[in-house]
Ligand binder design. Structure first.
Ligand code: PLP
Length: 436
């Protein structure tokens, strides 16, 4: 039995100090029925709690830790940067260095603006789309999560899905009215909406690989349909690649599926574990952002030198030329992920448990479902009780997974072959528990 005594005490105290004891809802483990481990430190692919338990970590701070925790290059660069001062609120060269590296990997981004969170990136991209087109309505997809700004908290996924809240109190009816939600991966639904009111729609925003209803890649041709429909109606297409950026492939979903959006939102990996996100895209659109243009957006800590440094060092590692005969970083992650998922599928089959295993590069996850999962409704129809049993068994065996089937798991460069084997063996035991 896992000893979580100290974590339980820390959680009891935290609950008196913060809503639900946490600073972001899904960390509370509310729907898996155990106390969350309180974390003391992390190194490589391992994370350690205050009771001294060690886990192999497939959460990776919900995506950013693609090179593993406390990578020596990142730590060294951060220590040097911190000694030069932690914030100036003034332009620095490291902002341009990070911008140039991001644009090299994402050629659709001709001009970029750094912000502090994915929420800010998507909120600002929508304001820009509205300012640029002079239109007010936006389209999002049911179960896609784009952060917690008001107009995007309509039929959102992630913690909103975990807690079964369709939209949040505090979001005004007026705001919600301008957000139209349609099912993800459903060509007929988006075609109908665009035919009916495309000329009033400023932007269609999508997670091109959905990660907040569990990991659900787009159906073949779906993103191309979105591109065609938006182009026909003068609507901007926004790819929210906060999660799938640098993961679906190095160049994100847009490179993997060969679709060029008008605007892209990035986050998570771009900050290497510090609070950074960004939005960027076509020059003529981005030049409408203040002070180049009239659409206002600002930030005291935007482009913070420590955060830019962590992002830059992380991106240098994942974009480095591979040694002769070796796979590049992104391919290496994809291959490891494939190996893990094949192992899980084999173990599930042996235990007689029906699962759907999904992968997009180094994003992955399973659904306890005998049917295919293509949208939020399918995801909700998966067996949540089976997930809970599986999750708790994995945790007991030292495997740290996201505590909800509506989340995605992440591979890092620090995961060793041996750890992957261990994770596959643990999964075998966990599937047997589910089958009981
Ligand atoms: N967009 C996507 C696709 C996300 O997955 C998330 C967070 O998980 C966000 C936006 C919001 O980012 P943040 O939590 O940094 O505000």
């Amino acid at each position: 039995m896992l000893n979580l005594k100290k974590s339980a005490a820390a959680f009891a105290e935290a609950k008196t100090l913060m809503p639900g004891g946490v600073n972001s809802p899904v960390r509370s483990y509310a729907n898996v029925g155990c106390n969350p481990p309180f974390i003391a430190r992390a190194q490589g692919d391992k994370i350690y709690d205050i009771d001294g338990n060690e886990y192999i970590d497939y959460v990776g701070s919900w995506g950013p830790m693609v090179v593993g925790h406390a990578h020596p290059n990142v730590v060294r660069a951060l220590q040097e940067a911190a000694a030069r001062g932690t914030s100036y609120g003034a332009p620095t060269c490291v902002e341009s260095d990070l911008a140039k590296l991001v644009m090299k990997v994402y050629p659709s981004i001709e001009v970029i603006r750094m912000v502090n969170s994915g929420t800010e990136a998507t909120m600002s991209a929508l304001r820009l789309a509205r300012g640029y087109t002079g239109r007010e309505k936006i389209v999002k997809f049911v179960g896609c999560y784009h952060g917690h700004s008001d107009s995007l908290l309509v039929h959102a996924g992630s913690g909103m899905a975990t807690f079964g809240v369709p939209s949040s109190p505090g979001v005004t009816r007026g705001t919600a009215q301008d957000t139209i939600s349609v099912p993800y991966n459903d060509v007929d639904a988006i075609t109908k909406i665009m035919e009916e009111m495309g000329d009033e729609i400023a932007a269609v925003i999508v997670e091109p690989v959905a990660g907040n209803m569990g990991c659900v890649p787009p159906r073949q041709g779906y993103l191309r349909t979105l591109r065609r429909l938006t182009e026909q109606h003068g609507t901007l297409l926004i790819f929210d690649e906060v999660m799938c950026g640098f993961r679906a492939s190095l160049g994100g979903a847009q490179a993997a599926y060969g679709i060029t959006p008008d605007l892209t939102c990035l986050g998570k990996i771009i900050g290497g574990g510090l609070p950074v996100a960004a939005y960027g895209g076509r020059r003529d659109i981005m030049m409408k952002v203040s002070p180049a243009g009239p659409v206002y957006q600002a930030g005291t800590l935007s482009g913070n030198p420590l955060a830019m440094t962590a992002g830059l060092e992380t991106l240098k590692i994942i974009t480095a030329e591979p040694e002769p005969g070796e796979a590049d970083y992104s391919r290496m992650l994809t291959l490891k992920t494939k190996k893990l998922l094949l192992g899980w599928q084999e173990k599930a089959r042996k235990a007689g448990v029906a699962i759907q295993a999904h992968q997009a590069g180094s994003m992955f996850g399973i659904f306890f479902n005998e049917h295919e999962v293509w949208d939020y409704e399918d995801s909700c129809a998966s067996d949540q009780e089976a997930f809970k049993v599986w999750f708790l068994s994995m945790l007991e065996q030292g495997i740290y997974l996201a505590p909800s089937q509506f989340e995605t798991l992440f591979m890092s460069g620090a995961h060793s072959e041996e750890d992957i084997e261990r994770t596959i063996d643990a999964a075998g035991n966990a599937f047997e528990q589910v089958a009981k």
